[in-house]
Design a protein around this ligand. Structure first.
Ligand SMILES: Nc1ncnc2c1ncn2[C@@H]1O[C@H](COP(=O)(O)OP(=O)(O)OP(=O)(O)O)[C@@H](O)[C@H]1O
Length: 606
């Protein structure tokens, strides 16, 4: 990092522990960054701090150094923490970030020659093993520094053998995220469990809404420290990070993305998508398009794609991140949800592309901030669709985030028509791909409805035809939003040439199940027809006054009340019981999954 004004470790108003100073220099941190110079003396002393500093400015060391110093001082006086006690709790919103913080600490601690200190860390993470395993490991290792995600941190603290009375420091990394409504209740309970006599540090690049919560966490005399990109500007992003927007119709986004990934010079890029299924769909599709290019162009410069989202196993997520960050001969591109938006420090990410702005404008700053870190240059581009979304530029300007227009003079949409053709052929080859694309489309719309800037991002104003084309859909799914679609086609069929009766799965098991389903549906239809005929005959024999009542009872009774509600919600035309039952089953499954993911943590939604 460029040392502005040479802030050496010796220029601190007190002397940093000699082993730590040496370890820092050995690890390449010759000088302090501005945020470290401002925070360390206060937080190592007796102040609680609320720190807002631009992405990539070195906030991690700004809390890691005080944490290590406090624990070393404690250990020097008390020689050890009692069994079941710990000295510091660092909470962050994602597992990836927890591992990253743990690595930064261990990287320094392993250079500590003084056997008196023996500082140890433990990651305590939701969805990883059980809390009782965490406790067993903790009692065995006697780790003094716990790095945890909020839900598991609370569970851990609630175990009777875990004693929090010796906790000296509480750190909230990405504090604004930890104090928002998703985690607020856990954080309040954690604050009640921890002793009052502790230092608290809150860190983030965005701190819009946390100030009211400061006192809830037991901060007695907090100091607010704000470090902007340079002293004169109010900018919330690093000065070497250039922010751009491009106006792109929804059906041209993938073409333009391809163009940029092909023609831009970069080492590592992160492309953000709104939901896990969107990442899965576009990861598969883009990989296919890349393989097409490799066949067409002989010396095509290979680009490697990676996908990351919260529905992947933790092990896969960690492996993906390490491969994406590792040495590579070619350009590396990570397709991700917001699971990689905050805190991740991946070397040499120099390009960030957002296919859509995030629902929370603060997340925009964090996403962009994966590039242009530690004084390096970076570029971040967001795609906006023409119409209402253009006002996002002004909206962000009011938040001191200045976006510049990026035109793509060398981009010729016609040159990318092959993408539409290849995508179509690829989807037609396997009905499963169309199912994923459909799910991605639905989750996209659900996600779009959650934008906090609701006047800019209106579900009713979306261009559904172009959007569906962007997802390569052959048929609109049944969903309440269909009422917003102009000239909604009969049965939702967009591409009438696709015969859905014959549209098959590549996998034999799925295809057999589909064929069986068709078979049993047609049998059910025959039975139903027979039943209707019997009913019609019965009705003929009924007195006239009772006819209509019995008719309505008949049609209603074949559906359960829940199914009826689903039918109403889906605005279905009266097109068969089987489909309603399928939709109902899907909804029940989705609800179960949602409940399960609520238990494992909100970030699993990403
Ligand atoms: N004193 C220093 N000298 C040189 N490099 C540093 C120094 N402090 C931190 N860095 C490097 O700067 C990069 C960014 O640091 P860090 O991840 O702590 O940023 P951050 O402010 O927490 O960012 P974010 O807001 O995105 O979480 C890291 O690669 C880190 O190694």
């Amino acid at each position: 990092m460029a040392a502005e004004n040479k802030l050496t470790w010796d220029s601190l108003p007190y002397q940093i522990l000699p082993w730590l100073r040496e370890a820092l220099v050995t690890r390449g941190y010759e000088n302090m960054t501005p945020v470290q110079a401002s925070v360390i003396p206060l937080f190592s002393g007796n102040k609680d701090v609320v720190v807002q500093a631009v992405t990539g400015s070195g906030k991690t060391l700004a809390f890691v150094i005080p944490v290590l110093e406090k624990l070393c001082h404690f250990l020097r006086e008390e020689s050890a923490f009692k069994r079941g006690h710990f000295g510091s709790l660092i909470i962050c919103p994602t597992k990836e970030l927890a591992f990253q913080i743990e690595a930064v600490i261990n990287n320094l601690v392993e250079l500590c020659p003084d056997s008196d200190y023996q500082l140890k860390t433990q990651a305590v993470l939701g969805g990883v093993g059980s809390v009782s395993t965490d406790v067993q490991n903790f009692l065995k290792s006697r780790a003094q520094i716990i790095i945890a995600t909020p839900g598991r941190a609370l569970e851990f603290l609630q175990q009777s053998v875990v004693k929090s009375s010796s906790c000296q420091v509480l750190v909230l990394d990405e504090a604004d995220r930890l104090l928002d409504h998703d985690f607020n209740s856990e954080m309040s309970l954690i604050a009640k469990i921890l002793p009052r006599q502790k230092r608290v540090g809150m860190f983030s690049a965005t701190m819009s809404a946390v100030i009211d919560d400061v006192f809830k966490l037991g901060m007695t005399n907090p100091v607010r420290i704000t470090v902007k990109s340079d002293h004169l500007s109010k900018k919330l992003v690093p000065s070497k990070l250039k922010l751009f927007y491009s106006i792109v119709p929804a059906d041209e986004k993938i073409g333009l993305l391809f163009h940029m990934l092909e023609s831009y010079q970069f080492k590592r890029a992160i492309v953000y998508f709104p939901t896990c299924v969107c990442v899965s769909h576009f990861y598969l599709l883009l990989n296919h398009l890349l393989s097409c290019l490799k066949k067409k162009v002989e010396d095509y410069e290979v680009m490697k794609l990676y996908s990351l989202h919260g529905k992947l196993q933790l092990e896969t997520r960690i492996k993906t991140l390490s491969r994406f960050s590792g040495v590579s001969e070619c350009k590396n591109v990570l397709l991700s949800t917001d699971v990689a938006a905050r805190g991740l420090d991946i070397p040499d990410v120099d390009l960030v592309i957002q296919l859509d702005p995030p629902t929370d404008p603060d997340v925009f700053v964090h996403r962009c901030g994966r590039a242009g870190r530690a004084g390096k240059t970076g570029t971040a581009v967001v795609f906006l669709t023409p119409g209402l979304e253009e006002s996002y530029v002004e909206f962000m300007g009011l938040r001191n985030v200045e976006l510049h227009h990026l035109s793509h003079a060398h981009y010729n949409p016609q040159k990318f028509e092959w993408i539409d053709m290849e995508s179509r052929a690829w989807l037609l080859a396997d009905r499963a791909r169309h199912e994923i694309a459909t799910k991605a489309f639905v989750t996209y719309i659900r996600h779009y409805s959650k934008h906090s800037a609701a006047s800019i991002f209106r579900v009713s104003a979306l261009d559904y035809w172009k959007l569906a084309k962007g997802f390569s859909l052959f048929r609109f799914p049944k969903m309440p939003e269909n009422k917003f679609i102009n000239d909604f086609p009969d049965g939702g069929f967009i591409d009438k040439s696709v015969d859905f009766e014959r549209y098959s799965f590549l996998g034999t098991q799925k295809e057999n199940a589909r064929l069986q389903n068709i078979n049993s549906s047609s049998k059910a239809m025959q039975l139903n027809e027979a039943r209707l005929a019997v009913n019609a005959r019965k009705e003929k024999n009924l007195p006239w006054s009772k006819r209509s009542k019995s008719n309505s009872n008949e049609s209603q009774s074949s559906l359960s009340s829940k199914e009826r509600k689903v039918k109403e919600r889906l605005l279905l035309p009266d097109d068969g019981i089987q489909e309603i039952q399928d939709d109902w089953k899907d909804l029940v499954r989705a609800n179960k999954r949602r409940k399960a993911s609520e238990i494992t943590g909100v970030f699993d939604e990403l």
